[in-house]
Design a protein around this ligand. Structure first.
Ligand SMILES: [Zn+2]
Length: 236
């Protein structure tokens, strides 16, 4: 499944969640087969129209509490489904999703050479490259449709620039020393070096990364919404 399909799949699930159409008759006691992660299979035992046990692929039997069963990094949730009746779907746990979101590639430009540096998640700004201790600043792009930077795209990447604050230094202890920098320049909004506008400037996120982040954020939304519904139901 590519990221676009994942997004569509999740949007479909979201649509299903809001549906209030009558559901087909299902035996109140039943065993539901659940597929997840492409190849894994699990059984869910339903009693009186409620899922009671999740039989994980490793043989673990996890009870459902408040409509969810947690095993490893996964969470099995009951979601309404117009055509099949309520079904159990397996997601990653919010912590696991947040962990993935924290570790997406983050793009910096190295001061001086403007070399593109990719790190495992955001490392602060500026970030000192451990290889040569050079400061790296968040890579940004300009979204101004009339900006001449469009002609400077490099392959798949748009024209990138950074807001480099002069006289910021890396101290011997590894901390960033801002004391010699002009406070006005620290405060100033990053502006596009070509069109000199700041309203269109945004942090550069590669297209594929943005799509994956969107799909994960949608997955997180489904898990949270299901938990909210379960909490509302169990409230007195
Ligand atoms: Zn511009």
């Amino acid at each position: 499944m590519n990221t676009r399909n994942i997004s569509l799949f999740i949007l479909g699930l979201l649509a299903g969640c809001t549906s209030r159409s009558p559901q087909p008759d299902l035996p109140s006691d039943r065993t539901e087969q659940v597929r997840f992660d492409g190849t894994k299979e699990a059984d869910v035992v339903w009693k009186e129209n409620r899922p009671v046990e999740f039989h994980a692929p490793d043989g673990q039997v996890v009870p459902f509490r408040n409509g969810e069963a947690i095993f490893g990094n996964q969470i099995a949730l009951v979601l309404p489904n117009e055509s099949t009746g309520p079904r159990v779907t397996v997601f990653r746990q919010p912590q696991a999703i947040n962990l993935l979101l924290d570790h997406f590639p983050y793009i910096y430009l190295k001061e001086g050479t403007q070399t593109v540096i990719e790190t495992d998640g955001f490392k602060g700004e500026p970030y000192a490259d451990p290889a040569d201790r050079t400061l790296c600043w968040t890579a940004r792009t300009c979204g101004n449709p009339d900006c001449a930077s469009k002609t400077r795209n490099q392959g798949e990447r748009p024209y990138l620039f950074a807001k480099i604050v002069p006289r910021v230094r890396l101290r011997a202890d590894g901390r960033i020393d801002w004391s010699a920098a002009d406070p006005a320049l620290i405060e100033a909004s990053p502006e596009c070096p070509i069109c000199k506008r700041y309203e269109f400037v945004k942090v550069y996120v590669p297209e594929q990364v943005a799509a994956q982040q969107q799909a994960l954020a949608a997955e997180l939304g489904i898990v949270r919404a299901a938990r909210d519904r379960a909490a509302a139901k169990s409230a007195p």
